[in-house]
Design a protein around this ligand. Sequence first.
Ligand SMILES: [Zn+2]
Length: 121
Amino acid sequence: MDNQGDSLQELSEKLFRLHFKISEYLKETEKKIETIKSKYEPRNQFNAWRNSQEGKQWKEEQYKRQNKCCPICQQPILSLKGSHIDHIKPLSTHPHLALNTKNMRITHGTCNILRRHQIEN
Ligand SMILES: [Zn+2]
């Protein structure tokens, strides 16, 4: 009888350790899923595109197409440095347009921030 008691004890300890291992494993898996998800998050996708060669080239070309002018305040954008790429239909409501250049324009940094502030409030 004593032996049976011991083995039950052992069994429950084994089960406990197994359960612990499984929860640790699940936690690790969830972390990996979050990392993968964040890579495909619209804002991150856009940032990656903006920093790419293609994005930089688009910005140069778009700057010329807009005659170096800010479509929000109609004033000249003196330098691309400090300018922003504005999503006409905001990312928050139109995440599927994150990389659609037809939905993008170059604005002053301040104009973009003010506009976003107005949309969000
Ligand atoms: Zn402006």
